[in-house]
Design a protein around this ligand. Structure first.
Ligand code: PGA
Length: 250
């Protein structure tokens, strides 16, 4: 399984930020055959088409959310088909910021994952516990419930990536211990295999939450960690490239 390092720009990025993508492309070219992972950038939807031209196949592009429907009277929303048309091949669904600030339920997330597949995109389905849930010893049960509700039955290694992102680790500089990340990734893997069968062994499980150049090597080398979903540190090509290099060196 080739690891995936994905950048989530969130609501950041104007046309000027395309220069970062040009630098990323240059850095990837320098790595050449030493590049040990697939690379994905999820910029704001407004930049996907221009980013696709800048990437010229050097890295993949993704959306950060999509509507379950393909088109219609949904002012302000974007469909998976539109993302695909703009040049995306992935879409993040169920990010904790969508779940928290837009009230998205597991059922909503599952519908979005199915929309992604319908459009020919891979869905990156995010799950993760809050700090209170972790302290209450409810992290495993919470993530198990989210997997059950957010990952549709048709999920396979070909159409789905799971991102484990503890809510309390996102944008905070705090990360779980290596033992806690390993235990959660094992738990996610066994839940997926139980539900979807042996084929789910090939489904990448990314870790996300405060992945930075200085901790990427340790996190990305843990067993069952199939890559990273990177927020803040993906905005600057130099930081994102050092995370990519950490995995390439492993
Ligand atoms: P962060 O965000 O790397 O800035 O913590 C990760 C994410 O929200 O995907």
């Amino acid at each position: 399984m080739r690891p995936l390092v994905a950048g989530n720009w969130k609501m950041n990025g104007l046309t000027a930020s395309l220069a970062e993508l040009a630098s990323l492309k240059e850095g990837l070219a320098v790595l050449g055959p030493r590049l040990g992972c697939d690379v994905l950038v999820c910029p704001p939807a407004s930049l996907i088409a221009q980013a696709a031209a800048a990437a010229a196949g050097a890295f993949a592009l993704g959306g950060q959310d999509c509507h379950p429907k393909g088109s219609g009277a949904h002012t302000g929303d974007i469909s998976a088909e539109m993302l695909k048309d703009a040049g995306a091949s992935f879409v993040i669904v169920g990010h904790s910021e969508r779940r928290q600030h837009h009230g998205e339920s597991d059922g909503d997330v599952a519908a979005k994952a199915q929309a992604a597949w319908r459009a020919g995109l891979k869905a990156i389905i995010c799950i993760g516990e809050t700090e209170a849930q972790r302290h209450a010893g409810d992290a495993n049960d919470n993530c198990g419930r989210q997997l059950e509700g957010s990952v549709p039955g048709g999920a396979s290694a070909a159409n789905t990536v799971i991102a484990y992102e503890p809510v309390w680790a996102i944008g905070t500089g705090k990360i779980p211990t290596a033992a806690d990340i390993t235990a959660m990734h094992d738990h996610i893997r066994s839940s997926l295999v139980r539900r979807l069968g042996e084929g789910a062994r090939g489904m990448p499980i990314l870790y996300g939450g405060s992945v930075k150049p200085d901790n990427a090597g340790e996190i990305l080398n843990l067993p069952e960690v199939g890559g990273a979903l990177v927020g803040g540190a993906s905005l600057k090509a130099i930081d994102f490239l050092s995370i990519i290099t950490a995995i390439s060196a492993s």
